[in-house]
Ligand binder design. Structure first.
Ligand SMILES: C[S@@+](CC[C@H](N)C(=O)[O-])C[C@H]1O[C@@H](n2cnc3c(N)ncnc32)[C@H](O)[C@@H]1O
Length: 226
């Protein structure tokens, strides 16, 4: 069973036509700026190392690379074509490629963050858990806990199912009109599902909720405990 459509690599013609922007969900400027403004408002500083999980073609990354000190942005994504097109069509034309060393980018769908061989002060996953089954989310949290120091924060978006509502029923979200499901992409979760994923892992969780996302994705904050 396919867990989402992001296994499909864009072909050179699609990349040439700039289709990477729509492939990661469109609203390029709005959602890119939204995630950047959110992280800065939540304390992201220029000298922090930021890990962008499911970075895609750098819809947010373009803003983070511009802002952070050279070499402090790290991106991981399972789809090679999205990283490659983002680098070629977004980073290079914006004059930002020299602030983003190639070794800071990783194509990997198993959350193998240790391959970066560093630790992160902050991490972000926008519109990624919305495409993933719970076991993948748990694996992400397990691996991330090993490369973030106590106190470091990880922000991730979900489509939220209210606690009392039958999770098995499709749910249409406002604004945006996206319909989500319990066992296929796009997925919805209860906050308690996220809490269960943290299990005995060194994370605490807080539901931030509405953060201005135009398609009603809600924000969860995970804080690495000691
Ligand atoms: C909707 S896009 C969002 C991309 C980016 N965060 C943004 O805001 O533009 C979802 C991204 O998650 C990536 N993704 C999905 N499953 C993944 C996995 N298991 N590991 C890493 N990336 C994954 C996809 O390839 C895609 O780039």
């Amino acid at each position: 069973m396919k867990i989402n459509d992001y296994h499909r690599e864009l072909n050179p013609e699609e990349i040439e036509r700039g289709e990477h922007r729509d492939f990661v969900g469109g609203m390029w400027d709005e959602i890119g700026r939204l995630q950047f403004d959110f992280m800065v408002a939540r304390g992201l500083k220029r000298d922090m190392r930021l890990l962008d999980i499911g970075c895609g073609s750098f819809r947010g990354g373009i803003h983070f690379v511009r802002y952070l000190k050279s070499g402090n942005y790290f991106g991981i994504d399972g789809n090679h074509s999205l990283i490659a097109s983002g680098y070629e069509k977004e980073m290079i034309p914006s004059g930002l490629a020299e602030k983003l060393p190639p070794e800071n980018l990783l194509v990997d769908a198993d959350f193998a963050f240790s391959r970066f061989a560093t630790t992160f002060h902050a991490a972000l996953a926008v519109s990624v858990f919305t495409h993933l089954p719970l076991n993948h989310i748990r694996l992400c949290l397990i691996n991330l806990s090993k490369c973030m120091a106590p106190g470091a924060r990880f922000f991730a978006t979900i489509f939220q199912c209210p606690e009392g509502r039958p999770v098995e029923d499709p749910l249409t979200h406002t604004p945006g009109g996206i319909t989500t499901f319990s066992a296929r992409d796009p997925y919805h979760y209860r906050v308690s599902d996220m809490a269960r994923c943290t299990g005995d892992l060194p994370w605490t969780l807080q539901a931030i909720g509405d953060w201005g996302h135009p398609r009603a994705q809600r924000m969860i904050r995970f804080v690495r405990t000691s």
